[in-house]
Design a protein around this ligand. Structure first.
Ligand code: GDP
Ligand code: IMO
Ligand code: MG
Length: 442
């Protein structure tokens, strides 16, 4: 039988996360049969609004709200099993069938209570010492990835073998409790409690555990279109972001292959989800940041009209102007095929918009975001002014119905970043999206 192989699309955030990835992944599932998460963990918060009903997802891929779509958690994700089960229970309560549609890689490193304890204690120690906090989500993400790279992680597959699990847990606790107690002055984590809890949730998890790499390859060969759903954003990538104010995984498109077990040749189209302005949660440099707490300012407008509060931690997001020089870095490291500009409607009513096209750094002019937090913190943005629009764009689904100045803003973004705009989002709702080029079309 000679079946046509499916087409695959990677969806990544091009800024500091919260660009609207969840909304677009959900919308694109109209053309896909599977969605896979390939990095991050429950630090992510992806919001879907369908017929006015809001769903927040943290670990479960944003394909779950479309019946029949399969969801996969790839090996690149660090997994908190209790948090996953909590999320499943919430969806089941809302009438969504999850267990028969979700596959979890047996190679996922587990997030265990000592990872959370280390994450929280380290941030507290930084605060006490007066050094800049990363502002993590406190979910244990960084310590879990450290264990993976140090080759001592306990993985999903270890849950199948209680003795093996116990041996690894004992070894890990010997190290981590030493650090928690003697270096960080925190409480140790108890072996028995951790072990018993893990064995209890293993029973619920194991029926969903699978060889995700094989299932994805088989499904694709049989004709399924797949979506690879990024979490966080390019500037939070551990290599390419505002290091060290980053998360601990590679958020860039290339990791869609390594983090799910498919070859890079299977990634056909890379969609960069890009907010029409910029936001960031947590610490770290942000060249185009505005004052966003003072009423009457453009930053306050973005913060309030855009409802810029984190889905995972409830923290306010910092707000600022669109940064096209940052987008150039994102386009380069992701190999973007097209942009989806989200939250365009939030800019409705602003008299003029500033678009950053480059920076002054140490007396020189540069046109692309440099590497690393120290260099980025010294960047002074260079802006061009673009006229705003007074008309509402909320819910517009046709490019021709956008105000001329909004179209000019989008055209200028495409011109400066060198990436075409293929989609525009004009409200949180699934259907309020302008499609200029379908990523699933060859
Ligand atoms: P993600 O982490 O990239 O999936 O994004 P989040 O869900 O954390 O944050 C995006 C927020 O913006 C959510 O509250 C969405 O419902 C909302 N949103 C997404 N697209 C649009 C849009 O085009 N307009 C408006 N006003 N809100 C949007
Ligand atoms: P989504 O997928 C925005 C940020 C945290 C912190 C830094 C490191 O919804 O876009 P971590 O807990 O990962 O060690 O924290 O990364 N961060 C996010 N910011 N959206 C996210 O996910 C984020 N996930 C982590 O605020 O600055
Ligand atoms: Mg989010």
């Amino acid at each position: 039988m000679n079946m046509k192989q499916g087409r695959n699309v990677v969806v990544v955030g091009t800024q500091w996360g919260d660009e609207g990835k969840g909304k677009l992944v959900d919308w694109l599932t109209e053309s896909a049969q599977g969605v896979v998460r390939f990095q991050g963990g429950h630090n992510a918060g992806h919001t879907l609004v369908i017929n006015g009903v809001k769903t927040a997802l943290h670990l479960i891929p944003s394909g779950i709200m479309r019946g029949g779509v399969k969801c996969y958690i790839g090996n690149g994700v660090v997994l908190s099993v209790p948090k996953l089960l909590e999320e499943i229970a919430g969806l089941e309560k809302a009438g969504v069938e999850v267990r028969s549609r979700l596959r979890v890689s047996e190679a996922c490193p587990l997030i265990l209570p000592y990872h959370v304890a280390l994450d929280v204690a380290r941030e507290a120690a930084k605060e006490k010492a007066g050094t800049a906090k990363i502002g993590t989500t406190g979910r244990g993400i960084g310590p879990a990835y450290e264990d993976k790279v140090a080759r001592r992680a306990i993985r999903v597959q270890d849950l199948k073998y209680p003795e093996r699990f116990a041996t690894k847990l004992r070894e890990n606790l010997a190290l981590h409790n030493h650090v928690l107690v003697n270096f960080l002055g925190a409480e140790p984590v108890d072996f028995d409690t951790t072990y018993n809890e893990a064995m209890a949730y293993a029973k619920a998890l194991l029926p969903m555990v699978a060889d995700v790499s094989r299932e994805l390859n088989d499904a694709n060969k049989a004709g399924a279109n797949l979506l690879f759903e990024g979490a966080q954003g390019t500037l939070l990538d551990v290599d390419h972001g505002t290091y060290p104010f980053v998360t601990s995984s590679n958020c860039v498109a290339g990791n869609a292959a390594a983090g799910s077990g498919v070859g890079p040749g299977m990634l056909h189209y890379i969609l960069g989800i890009t907010k029409a302005y910029c936001t960031r949660v947590g610490g770290g440099p942000f060249p185009t940041e505005l004052e966003w707490e003072k009423e009457g300012t453009p930053g306050y407008h973005m913060s309030t009209v855009g409802a810029e509060k984190g889905v995972t931690t409830g923290r306010s997001r910092r707000c600022g102007w669109f940064d096209a020089a940052l987008l150039k870095r994102s386009a380069q490291v992701n190999g973007l095929s097209g942009l989806c500009i989200t939250k365009l409607d939030v800019l409705d009513g602003l008299k003029e918009l500033m678009l950053c096209t480059g920076y002054e750094l140490d007396g020189e002019t540069i046109d692309i975001l440099p590497m690393g937090a120290d260099e980025i913190a010294r960047c002074k943005p260079i802006y061009e002014v673009i006229p705003g629009w007074t008309e509402t764009t909320v819910g517009v689904t046709d490019m021709d119905k956008l105000p001329a100045n909004a179209r000019q803003y989008l055209a200028r973004i495409a011109e400066v970043t060198g990436v075409p705009v293929h989609m525009v989002s004009t409200s949180p709702d699934r259907d309020h999206t302008i499609l200029l080029h379908n990523p699933f079309a060859a």
